[in-house]
Design a protein around this ligand. Structure first.
Ligand SMILES: Nc1ncnc2c1ncn2[C@@H]1O[C@H](COP(=O)(O)OS(=O)(=O)O)[C@@H](OP(=O)(O)O)[C@H]1O
Length: 546
């Protein structure tokens, strides 16, 4: 505790931002600065660890989340129902019916009282967009999607989605990539959070979303078939699979570079991070960082995750210290001591000296203290791609009587046996291009083939109106005024301004080609799988087979 007190004193004396700077945090300032009496937090009902009515999860930064469990949407004799929701089967624009639902008032009030953090997380963005409070947002009628872009990653799904946002009969979800059906969130905590991602019900508009991971996921089609069933069009936009694999690799390359950049920024601003955390104290590390970290650091995509992660690490240490009879200030001091050191001497300097300008610059140990920042690695292009080909060949040799799958069923068996699907932008560069296999698994999940529309990315590039007509074939035809790349980019920046953070690009336009020998070997690997896709689609795409 003494150590911590002197550290905090030093932070105030040497940098003078203490009260004034921290009080500038809007909520603190409104309450009259740091000396204002703290509002007591309402004590929540303790939840038993294995409570069968509660969904427990952790955010990527490790924050524990609790939400009440609710059964998924289910249809009985054409009538939709979901726990905690009032639902009706409503006519869908373009024909058929769709489920439109809203939270019951009792459910919304339960969420507001017992699960305020969860409720704010799921309803805040709808409430803000519509200028209403959380309960009103939750009790507003919204409809399940009639059009879902299910894949494939890196095949033009963003361009397709952005174009469709301009269709007068389509209401797109507020964010791209909702990942509702691929996570078990569709089962727990149920559909209210998903519905809240869509605008309020409009009789004339079909709701739509795009999560390109759905087709690669092992479970999404099963969940979609059960919850949306024949009431949706499932759009699969595909790209020549070698180009797709290379695009994913390039994307990962940008992300890893971005992570290296973030680590460098952490080093450059280590002194400031140390001071912000020390000044904020053991219970406010995340808030303190958000309020006082330098703006260049805050502008980086990983900053929010970093700020939360620091708060969580300190809270965990504080909890352990409390259990051992210690106090949270010494826990914070221990965390700071473990995570920072003086650069030029490599010795452990007293932290108060560091704060005061000491003998060297502060350094932050990102490997120890922010593992999320150092997690991803990128293998050599040639090695990762050839390893994946070998994996499929070895697996086919071991488990099947064929080396090249003779049918879509066999291809689906191949991925079921040989692939443990990973989420996100992964190192599964070839798997994601085995479209026929993924489609067949989707059919096994209960989606009906006539509800699937396959579009070639090339067509979207060359003749976007034709591709868009095919995708929205159930809706009244719309002639788009401007389908140029420039207007596409402008619309995306307006709608999803954060989309291009963290390595994502609408159109990366990199110029380094894939080595020709590798490209041709991969094209040969994909050729039989492409033939299965062409059979399914009833037409050929102009993709090289060698
Ligand atoms: N107008 C238009 N028409 C067709 N295709 C286009 C268009 N604009 C962009 N692109 C291509 O989209 C690729 C990115 O695909 P996704 O948006 O599906 O990527 S992601 O999965 O959301 O990350 C992206 O791939 P890369 O350039 O390789 O990154 C582009 O090739």
């Amino acid at each position: 505790q003494d150590n911590y007190a002197s550290l905090r004193r030093a932070a105030r004396q040497s940098y003078g931002f203490g009260d004034a700077r921290y009080a500038s945090h809007p909520r603190r300032a409104a309450a009259g600065g740091e000396d204002a009496p703290r509002r007591r937090r309402r004590r929540r009902r303790p939840v038993q660890p294995d409570d069968p009515n509660v969904c427990e999860s952790r955010s990527r930064a490790g924050v524990r989340r609790r939400a009440p469990k609710a059964a998924p949407l289910a249809w009985t004799d054409g009538v939709p129902a979901a726990e905690g929701l009032e639902c009706v089967a409503a006519p869908a624009p373009g024909g058929g019916t769709r489920a439109c639902c809203r939270a019951t008032l009792a459910r919304a009030e339960l969420l507001a009282d017992e699960y305020p953090a969860h409720f704010a997380r799921i309803a805040r963005s709808a409430a803000r967009a519509e200028g209403v409070n959380l309960v009103t947002a939750a009790t507003t009628w919204r409809c399940f999607p009639s059009l879902v872009i299910v894949g494939a990653q890196k095949s033009g799904s963003t361009a397709l989605a952005v174009h469709l946002t301009r269709h007068p009969n389509i209401a797109f979800s507020r964010d791209k990539e909702l990942h509702f059906f691929d996570k078990n969130e569709s089962l727990c905590p149920g559909p209210l959070g998903y519905l809240l991602k869509f605008p309020a019900r409009d009789e004339l508009k079909a709701t739509a979303e795009a999560t390109p991971f759905y087709i690669a996921s092992t479970e999404a089609c099963t969940h979609m078939a059960a919850q949306l069933g024949r009431r949706a069009t499932y759009v699969l936009i595909v790209r020549e699979p070698v180009a797709r694999a290379y695009s994913e690799y390039q994307m990962k390359h940008r992300r890893v570079q971005g992570q290296d950049g973030f680590e460098k920024a952490l080093q450059a601003h280590a002194g400031a991070i140390l001071r912000c955390v020390a000044e904020a104290g053991p219970r406010n590390a995340t808030r303190g960082l958000r309020a006082c970290a330098p703006s260049e650091l805050q502008a980086l995509a990983k900053f929010p995750q970093f700020a939360v992660s620091v708060g969580v690490q300190i809270a965990r240490k504080a909890k352990a210290a409390k259990q051992a009879g210690g106090d949270d200030r010494s826990a914070l001091y221990e965390w700071l001591k473990a995570c920072f050191w003086v650069a030029d001497e490599g010795t452990k300097e007293p932290l108060a000296d560091l704060i005061g300008g000491g003998r060297g610059a502060a350094r932050f140990d990102a490997t120890q203290c922010f593992k999320e920042g150092t997690r991803e690695r990128l293998g050599d292009l040639e090695a990762v791609m050839r390893d994946e080909v070998a994996l499929f060949h070895d697996c086919a040799r071991t488990h099947f009587s064929w080396m090249v799958p003779p049918s879509m069923d066999a291809a689906a068996d191949l991925i079921t046996k040989c692939v443990r699907v990973r989420t996100g932008i992964s190192a599964q560069y070839l798997y994601r291009g085995l479209y026929a296999a993924q489609l067949q698994r989707c059919l096994r999940g209960g989606v009906v083939s006539s509800d699937i529309v396959v579009v070639d990315q090339d067509v979207l590039r060359r003749d976007p109106q034709r591709a868009l007509d095919a995708v929205a074939h159930r809706l009244p035809r719309h002639t788009y005024e401007d389908l140029s790349d420039a207007s596409l980019k402008a619309e995306m920046d307006r709608r999803w301004p954060d989309f291009e953070k963290n390595g994502w690009r609408l159109d990366a336009a990199y110029t380094a080609p894939m080595p020709e020998a590798l490209r041709s070997d991969l094209a040969r690997f994909f050729a039989p799988h492409n033939e299965l896709l062409f059979d399914f689609a009833g037409r050929r795409f102009d993709w090289p087979s060698r």
